[in-house]
Design a protein around this ligand. Structure first.
Ligand code: CS2
Ligand code: MG
Length: 402
């Protein structure tokens, strides 16, 4: 069997997605997600112009060799664009391997380690009362874990608080919109939000919060300590993760668990965080961290250091990524949680899949491969539409992590 063709499909059913479809000379196809929010066309070009020509004629069964060929062979290693492109190829090849073997991919990763994949939903609101209403909605839907994001008094808008309560899409403008941030106002407000949520829903509902890279380590230490009475499952992205040793300061002051990694794209981005147990959950994903092959490597390294998985699963990761993530989530020994932001009906029509939500779990497909595809005719109905993530500034105008 040889790779005969590889198509890069850019579509925008409400938001932009980039998908790679590999076709073999025996007609077996595989798909991979290559979506990088706000930089989609960079990955599409990397694939079309620099990867696809290298794939034609290769043996699709040689997944590891192809990964190393694309990673080492590029000379220029790592980075979100390169690793999202490699991820798409890797994911598509695992899809093909599963179809040829007649097995869902998880059966080739060691089989089931659990009955279902525990997911968390996103409750958000401008006010605490709106947050409580949304938490109740996700509990009624059967979610066993809920992320809580609340507006901050005095700030016009903040990360994670959306108009549409089911489909949160942060890329909100054709050129970056701007938001204003105040750490002081935020730190003064968040503990009271979780006090109300705990008071309303009791001690057992798993609660999470995404700080979204906005604090310094000592500010994050202060937040973590203030949230200890509410026993969060995790405080996410407390600081920008460029300086891995900076997390030591957070660890010295608080027992609130830390989750980091959705912006990482190789194990080397997190190796010190994992090795020194500075985090509790690693949030790397199939689409941004080199595909199933590399993500499995990251999770195995994490397992040696008491770190569990907590993969990113926002709406800007396509159903192709979610389908692949679930094949790993159901199989690895150190699974923690899977983020699950539902996609719109339009998106689900473009990406037919048969993973499904039931009883607070997502259940992966049992079909050979990944159990997802792209309907290219439907995809063609939704042309690319430029959209960027916002830029954040402090009240004095200083650029600040969004
Ligand atoms: C967030 C994302 O889901 C999360 O945890 O951090 O919404 C993130 O902002 C987007 O995926 C960025 O494209
Ligand atoms: Mg996040």
């Amino acid at each position: 069997m040889k790779i005969a063709d590889a198509r890069v499909i850019v579509t925008c059913p409400g938001r932009n997605f980039v998908t790679l479809k590999i076709v073999t000379d025996e007609g077996v196809t595989g798909v991979g997600d290559a979506t990088l929010n706000g930089r989609e066309l960079a990955v599409a070009s990397y694939l079309r112009d620099h990867v696809v020509p290298l794939l034609i004629g290769r043996d699709p069964a040689r997944i590891e060799d192809t990964w190393q060929y694309l990673y080492q062979g590029a000379y220029w290693r790592r980075g979100p664009v390169t690793m999202s492109a490699i991820a798409a190829v890797d994911t598509a090849l695992w899809d093909i391997k599963g179809k040829v073997a007649g097995l869902p991919v998880y059966q080739m990763l060691g089989g089931r380690s659990r009955e279902g994949v525990t997911v968390y939903g996103h409750a958000n609101g401008e006010t605490v009362d709106q947050v409580l209403t949304e938490v109740a909605r996700f509990v009624d839907l059967g979610y066993r874990a809920v992320r809580v994001q609340c507006g901050v008094p005095g700030l016009a808008k903040t990360y994670g608080v959306s108009g549409d309560k089911m489909f949160y899409e942060p890329a909100d403008a054709a050129l970056p919109s701007e938001a204003t941030w105040s750490t002081e106002r935020y730190l003064a407000h968040v503990p009271a939000v979780f006090a109300r949520v705990r008071d309303e829903f009791g001690p057992h509902l798993r609660l999470l919060h995404d700080v979204h890279h906005r604090l310094t380590p000592i500010e994050a230490a202060r937040l973590g300590r203030s949230l200890e009475p509410y026993a969060l499952t995790w405080m996410e992205d407390p600081v920008p993760a460029d300086l891995q040793e900076g997390f030591r300061l957070i660890r010295q002051h608080t027992t609130t668990p830390v989750a980091v990694g959705e912006v990482f794209n190789t194990v080397w981005d997190a190796s010190q965080l994992i090795r020194e147990q500075l985090i509790d959950y690693i949030r790397t994903t199939v689409v941004h961290a080199g595909g199933i092959t590399h993500l499995r490597r990251i999770f195995d390294f994490a397992a040696l250091h008491h770190v569990r998985s907590g993969s990113h699963g926002a709406t800007d990761l396509s159903p192709v990524c979610m389908a692949a993530a679930l094949q790993l989530d159901i199989a690895i020994p150190n699974f923690g949680l899977q983020e699950y932001m539902r996609h719109t009906d339009q998106t689900d029509q473009v990406f037919p899949h048969d993973y499904h939500f039931e009883g607070g779990y997502l259940h992966p497909s049992e079909a050979p491969g990944l159990g997802v595809d792209i309907d290219e005719e439907a995809a063609a109905r939704y042309p690319y539409s430029p959209a960027y993530l916002p830029v954040n500034r402090l009240e004095d105008g200083t650029v600040h992590p969004w």
